[in-house]
Ligand binder design. Structure first.
Ligand code: ADP
Length: 162
């Protein structure tokens, strides 16, 4: 039985993230999608809201559960007896950052293997930051994010919270 963790900020979750978690759920027995709530990143959504949206979006994926933590992913993985970490890769820029993180994690927790799933071409340009910027300026992000996230962003920005 292989349990994996797919950690991220998910601020907010996009179709790119959904694609990675769907594909992981076919490859592994159990996927824990974990919202990292580290202070200092100034997210748009509080961790609880990010978690709630993910819960709604992945509710039909029976082997996916939601977690959240502050601190190091390796510590969360150790505490929950997880030996596989999933990350998505879009561009060369992702690769550089992810390679550094993978190597640091390996030093901290040698038993942990990181597996990278390449983004689907149609999602390769989607990032949470781009989505937030478009939504903030009043644009339609419905093709980039699942419906509950779209509704959340519409409500958030129509209140004039920019
Ligand atoms: P972090 O702040 O930890 O990088 P993100 O929420 O931005 O968190 O992303 C979480 C993971 O999902 C990362 O591995 C990231 O590369 C991946 N990811 C983000 N957007 C996409 C996308 N459009 N396609 C595939 N993977 C993606």
């Amino acid at each position: 039985m292989v349990r994996v963790i797919y950690p991220g900020s998910f601020d907010p979750m996009t179709y790119g993230h959904l694609d990675i978690v769907q594909r992981s759920s076919k490859l592994f027995d159990e996927v824990i999608m974990a919202v990292v709530g580290n202070p200092g990143k100034s997210p748009l959504l509080p961790p609880e809201e990010r978690t709630e949206l993910i819960r709604e979006v992945v509710k039909d994926l029976k082997n996916v559960s939601i977690g959240s933590f502050q601190g190091l992913t390796v510590d969360y993985a150790k505490q929950n007896d997880i030996k596989v970490l999933i990350r998505g890769l879009r561009a060369i820029s992702d690769f550089e950052a992810e390679l550094g993180m993978e190597q640091a994690n390996k030093q901290l927790f040698p038993e942990l293997e990181t597996i990278f799933l390449m983004t689907k071409a149609e999602y390769s340009f989607i990032s949470s930051s781009t989505v937030k910027e478009i939504a903030r300026l009043g644009g339609d992000v419905s093709q980039f994010v699942p419906p509950p996230v779209n509704e959340y962003l519409k409500r958030h920005f129509s209140r004039g919270t920019k």
